[in-house]
Write a protein that binds this ligand. Sequence first.
Ligand SMILES: C[S@@+](CC[C@H](N)C(=O)[O-])C[C@H]1O[C@@H](n2cnc3c(N)ncnc32)[C@H](O)[C@@H]1O
Length: 193
Amino acid sequence: MLDDDKTATPPVWREIDARSRALGFDMPSEAGTGAMLRLLAASKPSGRLLELGTGTGLATAWLLDGMGPGATLVSLDNDARVQAVARAALDDDSRVTFVAGDGLDYVRSQAPASFDLIFADAWPGKYDGLDETLALLRPGGLYVVDDMSRQPNWPEGHQPRVDVLTARLKSHPDLATVALDWASGLVIVARRP
Ligand SMILES: C[S@@+](CC[C@H](N)C(=O)[O-])C[C@H]1O[C@@H](n2cnc3c(N)ncnc32)[C@H](O)[C@@H]1O
């Protein structure tokens, strides 16, 4: 199998996965998405990374597994109950800072061109405030979204939003974009230098 790298999960991932299931968390990022995030995080050795939508920290664990010792990650969620799972499992890693709050408020509080990688896995940064979020990317910075292939739990009328987001990313003159049939469907974008 060409994609068997996603079975090499970060050590703490299984613990978070078990706690997520016990909590009934129904929005986890897939292992394939995580494997891609780990790879991309490893390409930014001293990078400043942002995750919008910590959830229970499944993707956070993959990002940290790829990051070098000099990289840092801010992970943000407005649901303290689910983020508590991530904090319990990952808070002793000094490279990550968990923020409880609204994603769009956080994006608006940050300086332009101040992040090297953004994983936008919440409504803000993806379907709200897209331009403001993309403005946070440094030249060469990466922006990643998942759940871009049709999912069984999509609400009615979601496909057009996905289509608009994909089209905006693909047609943006400052971005190089690829849409991948990988895991739940990834779109990966780099800000042109
Ligand atoms: C798809 S889940 C993220 C899953 C996460 N990547 C993981 O692997 O566990 C989306 C998360 O975004 C959070 N969220 C929704 N609206 C938000 C907002 N306005 N600001 C911050 N977080 C938000 C939800 O609480 C949820 O935990």
